[in-house]
Ligand binder design. Structure first.
Ligand SMILES: CC(C)(COP(=O)(O)OP(=O)(O)OC[C@H]1O[C@@H](n2cnc3c(N)ncnc32)[C@H](O)[C@@H]1OP(=O)(O)O)[C@@H](O)C(=O)NCCC(=O)NCCS
Length: 325
């Protein structure tokens, strides 16, 4: 049995509105709002990096669990925008939090599905060897993608979310997680320069290719709607629930139109899907834990509620989790 012991989140103070973007690239508040539902997002301050965002969210979650750093037995950080290339962000986080020599590692490259995948890993680790696992989703996307490419730059925001999970019979219970990958679709969302296939060079830097996020927006949209809807149905089948039993669906916050389309496909009631993409944009692997933390704090979830998380990301990955509060 896996219990969620604490929830946390953090967003940087700096607000970047659609009008702010319109001063930098050829776009408008009308276009961004109509196509995505995003009105503003948060961007990290110059002196903040991924570790700072992750540590802030982690500290909130550990405190919320009524624990201290010494009670954490393992750390998993889901991120595509790490503190440095090597070693992983989890190593820095372990030291910053003051957790003693515990296993700590990143789950990287899964895009926005990373946090829910990490939850799946965490529950398997707990079943094998009971311990409290800190699971963090963090992204500082504004620093690693091009600020000149209007097709992608307006979509994203920075932030972090975290949970502490551990062995236990009480609520909230992590009932089940499902996940999948279709590796034939690696090309629909990729930042391909900088790896061994296409190493970073002076020419790369000059051309800006290392910040060029290639995205087939329409295909990503289609895959996102199909895969998230299927994942929600699958996890509900596993736990013996129906969509009517669900109090709140917390989908990855990429685009309000994607959330609406998932809602239509699943036959969701008005307000049954949690939405904060208008305030934070797409915060990658931080989006689901950030939304979960907010939904709990806003009183949208109470004892006894069935909540379903679902996400998709570059890979192409998808996942869903069912939680009984
Ligand atoms: C990206 C997305 C918002 C585009 O919406 P869309 O309805 O597919 O857009 P369309 O293809 O109809 O329109 C594209 C047009 O808008 C233009 N455009 C793109 N970005 C723009 C912007 N920020 N401002 C103004 N115009 C923009 C394009 O240049 C193109 O112009 P053209 O028709 O003259 O060639 C949408 O496809 C989407 O959200 N996809 C999923 C993306 C996602 O979630 N990615 C992250 C995954 S983790």
């Amino acid at each position: 049995m896996t219990q969620i012991l604490g929830f946390g989140g953090y967003v940087p103070e700096r607000v970047m509105t659609n009008d702010d973007w319109a001063e930098i690239v050829d776009t408008s508040d009308e276009w961004i709002t109509a196509r995505t539902g995003i009105k503003e997002r948060r961007f990290a301050a110059e002196d903040e990096a991924t570790l700072d965002l992750a540590a802030n969210a982690a500290e909130v979650a550990i405190k919320d669990a009524g624990l201290v750093a010494g009670d954490i037995g393992e750390i998993i950080v889901a991120t595509d925008t790490p503190e440095v290339y090597t070693p992983d962000t989890a190593s820095f986080l372990q030291h910053r939090l003051g957790c003693d020599n515990i296993p700590s590692y990143d789950l990287g490259g899964s895009g926005c599905a990373g946090f829910v995948q990490a939850l799946d890993v965490a529950r398997a680790r707990i079943a094998f060897s009971p311990r409290n696992v800190l699971v963090v989703g963090v992204e500082l996307i504004s620093r690693l993608i091009s600020w000149q490419e209007r097709e992608t730059c307006v979509l994203f925001g920075d932030g972090a979310g975290a949970v502490v999970v551990g062995p236990g019979e009480s609520s909230p219970q992590l009932l089940d997680v499902v996940a999948g990958t279709d590796g034939s679709k690696t090309d629909i969302l990729t930042l391909s320069t900088g790896g061994t296939r296409d190493p970073f060079t002076v020419e790369t830097a000059a051309s800006g290719a290392h910040q060029h996020l290639t995205m087939n927006g329409r295909e990503v949209f289609k895959q996102a709607v199909g895969r998230m809807s299927e994942a929600v149905a699958e996890v509900l089948e596993h736990v013996g629930g129906t969509i009517e039993d669900v109090k709140l669906v917390i989908p990855h916050q990429a685009n309000k139109r994607i959330i609406d389309a998932v809602g239509k496909k699943l036959g969701l009631r008005e307000g049954q899907a949690f939405v904060n993409v208008d305030k934070f944009g797409n915060t990658g692997s931080a989006s689901v834990p950030l939304a979960l933390w907010q939904a709990r704090d806003q009183g949208r979830i109470v004892e006894g509620d069935l909540v379903v998380l679902t996400a998709f990301g570059a890979g192409f990955h998808w996942a869903a989790a069912a939680i009984r509060f």
